[in-house]
Design a protein around this ligand. Structure first.
Ligand SMILES: [Zn+2]
Length: 452
């Protein structure tokens, strides 16, 4: 029997409580005890074990844009000019390059402490926009990449049908679209049947109410509800999205989603930067999760989400790295609090009275993220698959004990302080030679794509 015993200074569980004692992993799961305690023991001196971080919003291929879209031009640069560059990137990306980038970015995520990722996947077709013989070819590339590096993937197959409310797909969006909702639902069904395994689960996404007709919303929601799947939707990221939706439907994107009964605990709204009118009331009534992507939202100049208003509703707030402008869960999490301090000109904003900052921020990084990607998830310490990270404690642990040390960690740590990453009971990251070689191989292979 495969037994791994971890002996950190202490562990933080999914509820944010500090636990003492060894962590025993048997056949990939955390167990209460093991009669003989024989197995491999790893003493984690000056380290804490945390539940693995959850990256709820990823477009793996957009990792290829990093550094390419930062040059100042004489035009007004915005989300929309960035989006043109993103279309250009995918226009020439073969399935092989797509797969190599996915492997690289999933490996980088693991190194950063993410043990789970939700891949919001809308590139379904070949370079000319024609269907692959295997309609799941691109999806399979993502699932294989995740399984090869050892990250847990929730593949969110994404519906996309048009450029805007009254505009058909543009030539450069042909790789994304499905003509009918039935085609799209069949794709999700097939993915559910063929791609799920220990590492991979399937859910669905609606790109946005701009890109998907209102008549599609209910059939997609019925399918995901029936199959207990998560449903993710980009919502109200840009003021333009809200204005277009108001003009065509008389409702905000969130109002339109609500009218079709899609707001529910299995649904995650991504961004929600520009809320208007009754949006908060609709969210309060139906408790969806909200996924914030601070680094991407800053990079794209989206605007600042009024997080405190959402936080007060008691809903799940989770995090994503979206276009992967950086992969640093500590930075994403602390940005939630820091952005609110700048916006409101106050301190210690999120969290309950007397709570430590880390309790709020770690909850966004793990428990809320798990609820967003796995709607039936129940937090518990025992009998969960062992998805854990070991992090070196800052000197504050010696000076002030665990609570202050964890707050200091959230303020100042980077992924460099993560020493071990464990998914489903296997150590997948600990600075090994083979891991460095794998990264170098992927970087070399991708040179050909970027040089063309
Ligand atoms: Zn996105």
């Amino acid at each position: 029997m495969d037994v791994l015993i971890l002996e950190p200074e202490f562990m933080v569980d999914f509820n944010g409580s500090i636990q003492q004692g060894p962590i025993i992993i048997e056949n990939g799961r955390i167990v209460k005890d093991h009669p003989k305690h024989n197995g491999t023991t790893i003493r984690l001196h000056n380290q804490v074990i945390l539940p693995g971080f959850v990256n709820c919003h990823s477009h793996a291929f957009q990792r290829g844009l990093r550094g390419l879209v930062e040059q100042k031009t004489d035009r007004i640069d915005s989300f929309f000019t960035w989006r043109e560059r993103m279309y250009q990137l995918i226009e020439s990306m073969s399935i092989t390059d797509f797969s190599l980038l996915a492997r690289l970015v999933y490996l980088e995520m693991l190194e950063a402490g993410f043990t789970h990722v939700g891949e919001f996947h809308y590139v379904h077709h070949d370079l000319k926009g024609a269907r692959f013989k295997d309609p799941l070819a691109m999806s399979r590339a993502l699932c294989d990449a995740a399984s090869e590096v050892g990250i847990n993937l929730v593949l969110l197959e994404c519906a996309y049908n048009r450029a805007n409310f009254d505009e058909p797909l543009l030539a450069r969006q042909q790789r994304f679209g499905h003509p009918h909702v039935d085609d799209f639902v069949s794709l999700v069904k097939q993915a559910h049947r063929e791609l799920e395994n220990d590492h991979v689960k399937v859910g669905a996404a609606i790109h946005s109410v701009r890109a998907v007709p209102e008549a599609w919303l209910s059939p997609i929601n019925e399918f995901v509800t029936h199959n207990a799947m998560p449903l993710h939707i980009h919502a109200s990221e840009q003021e333009q999205d809200v204005a277009d939706c108001l003009r065509h439907t008389g409702l905000s994107p969130i109002g339109l989603i609500h009218r079709n009964h899609l707001l529910a605990p299995h649904t995650t709204l991504v961004h929600t930067t520009h809320l208007i009118n009754d949006d908060l009331e609709a969210i309060k009534e139906s408790s969806p999760s909200i996924c914030i992507c601070p680094s991407t939202e800053k990079n794209l100049g989206d605007g600042v989400v009024k997080l405190l208003d959402l936080y007060r509703l008691g809903i799940n707030i989770c995090l994503g790295t979206d276009q992967h402008v950086r992969l640093d869960p500590f930075c994403e999490a602390r940005s939630l609090e820091e952005q609110e301090r700048l916006r409101l000109k106050k301190r210690t904003i999120l969290g309950k009275p007397d709570a430590f900052l880390h309790q709020t921020l770690l909850n966004c990084l793990n428990t809320s993220g798990m609820r967003s990607l796995y709607p039936t998830f129940v937090p518990s310490r025992i009998n969960q698959p062992a998805n854990l990270i070991a992090v070196t404690l800052p000197p504050e642990y010696q000076w002030h004990g665990p609570q202050v040390a964890l707050d200091a960690m959230m303020l100042s740590h980077t992924p460099a302080q993560i020493t071990h990453v464990i998914t489903n009971g296997h150590i997948v990251v600990h600075d090994s030679e083979s891991q460095l070689a794998e990264k170098q191989y992927l970087i070399n292979q991708l040179k050909k794509f970027f040089k063309n």
